[in-house]
Design a protein around this ligand. Structure first.
Ligand code: NI
Length: 173
């Protein structure tokens, strides 16, 4: 398990480097470290820059946790050199948080439906459609590879909440 890089660190603001060989020992080690680091949290995704590795690798791992009680269950999926395009211009706002920005939640507009492409750990090229919360996680993790964080995408500072106020709001739902 590696330490999760926190907001303010240079590593979160750099554009990450594409992966050449998915079978490379360094790449395998980074992926294993991302998997074990994510497993030790209540997060639903992680990007390599969050463990200080500036490479284009993300894990999307939607699952219901106390942090995200309504998240759909899926197998954690490692995505190398991911890319996407929106399938419509329609964006919707929903809550996000980030392991690199503890104690904060915010409403972020994201594309509802996207077509994604990535290379898996075996080197296969994968293309698939995502929507809703899983599409949201993908876009959040993808932003980390571009040196962006979700707070960069909020429309208004009033959409930023402390986690304590967020949980109070959720109790009322
Ligand atoms: Ni994040």
């Amino acid at each position: 398990m590696r330490e999760i890089v926190q907001l303010g660190a240079e590593a979160l603001r750099k554009k990450a480097e594409a992966v050449g060989d998915v079978h490379d020992d360094d790449i395998r080690r980074i992926i294993a470290d991302m998997q074990s680091t994510l497993a030790g949290t209540q997060g639903v995704g992680i990007a390599a820059p969050q463990i200080g590795e500036s490479r284009r690798i993300i894990i999307v791992a939607s699952r219901p946790t106390p942090r995200y009680p309504h998240a759909p269950q899926m197998e954690p999926t490692v995505m190398i050199n991911p890319a996407f395009e929106p399938l419509s211009d329609h964006k919707e706002k929903d809550w996000e948080g980030c392991l690199s920005i503890p104690g904060i939640r915010a409403l972020v507009p994201r594309y509802r439906e996207i077509l994604i492409r990535y290379t898996d750990q075996q080197g296969n090229f994968v293309e698939l459609k995502l929507d809703g919360f899983v599409a949201r996680i993908f876009q959040h993790e993808y932003d980390h590879l571009e040196g962006r964080v979700y707070l960069d995408s909020v429309e208004n500072n009033r959409d930023i909440f402390s986690e304590r106020e967020y949980f109070k709001l959720m109790e009322g739902c």
